[in-house]
Write a protein that binds this ligand. Structure first.
Ligand code: BDR
Ligand code: CA
Length: 309
């Protein structure tokens, strides 16, 4: 059993990652902490609680994280995720209250209690994790690994070089990438391969349970952004679920160990994850970068997860 904490900013794709984690008997979800990113922190918190209520997981503690990035002002993405951050989702109102403590404190309490190191799954900006490492440096050893959706080897989606999660808080990402924690990065290079095709979305619509219905609604909204011709996509990329899929089925992916730095100063490249593909810098290979995914296997994992509810 792999014990995980999910730090996320739901978000349709964050939600699908949460659902896949909840469906997996191999994973134990110890807590959900929320970050400000896809929407404002009040909304991402509320979304996380509604999703856990839908999943009958209101026993999982939820805490809200930092209200804004470490240095810059918060940037949100309503053009992708809608004005609630989770538009299109059919969800119940939360039937429980969040923890009365900040996300970092909840993480610390949990890691302190756990005998073995815990995996962090991060699918939003890295503000909470950076703060955690600064406030509780002595708990770093309790982080088994950090599996994140963020960054890109080739090109960005927020600026030409920079992926959204890193763009929102580049300083936080820099702290995390330099922390010396085993890091797995599902960047855009792999998440753009993780597309769900229209005929597979039709399969989801045939699954008769509340969770699948909710996902179908979310994809209908979230899909409109990726339907724009400029992307040239056949389907909808499911970014955040790549993290959970990698934990469950690493054999679906190809991974290469590289030295990766986060650019924080560049005039045009702020927030870029600079990947030293040819080991030009001879620096420690601090990140396992996911480079390929077996798309059909990945989508089947999602479908079978949804059939479990
Ligand atoms: C990432 O940004 C967010 O919009 C998604 O939830 C995902 O985490 C993709 O760049
Ligand atoms: Ca996200």
């Amino acid at each position: 059993l792999e014990k995980i904490i999910m730090d996320c900013d739901p978000g349709q794709d964050d939600t699908i990652a949460l659902i896949m984690a909840a469906a997996a008997p191999e994973l134990e979800l110890l807590a959900v902490t929320t970050s400000a990113g896809n929407q404002t922190p009040d909304k991402t918190l509320n979304n996380a609680m509604r999703v856990l209520t839908l999943l009958h997981k209101s026993d999982v503690p939820v805490a809200s994280g930092n209200q804004k990035p470490l240095l810059q002002e918060l940037m949100i993405a309503p053009q992708v995720h809608g004005k609630t951050g989770l538009d299109g989702a059919i969800l119940p109102e939360p039937n429980f209250a969040p923890q009365q403590m900040p996300a970092v404190e909840l993480m610390a309490q949990i890691l302190e209690r756990q005998p073995e190191p815990v995996t962090l799954v991060v699918t939003g900006p890295m503000t909470n994790i950076a703060l955690f490492l600064q406030i509780y440096p002595y708990l770093k050893g309790k982080i088994k690994q950090l599996v994140c959706m963020g960054g890109a080897m080739d090109y960005g989606n927020f600026t030409p070089t920079t992926e959204f999660n890193i763009a929102v808080d580049p300083e936080a990402a820099k702290i995390v990438f330099e922390a010396g924690i085993p890091l797995i990065m599902a960047g855009l290079d792999v998440t753009y391969q993780a597309q769900i095709y229209p005929e597979e979305i039709a399969e989801i619509s045939k699954i008769k349970n509340a969770v699948a219905r909710s996902v179908a609604g979310q994809l209908a909204f979230y899909g409109t952004f990726y339907a724009q011709e400029k992307w040239g996509f056949k389907g909808i990329p499911l970014h955040d679920p790549c993290t959970v899929a990698w934990l469950l089925h690493p054999e679906y992916f190809e991974k290469k160990q590289y030295h990766v730095e986060v650019e924080t100063k560049g005039e045009f490249t702020r927030g870029q994850t600079v990947v030293d593909r040819w080991d030009l810098l001879h620096k420690p290979q601090n990140v396992g970068v996911l480079t390929k995914v077996k798309r059909a296997a990945f989508v089947n994992l999602l479908l079978s997860s949804l059939r479990k509810f």
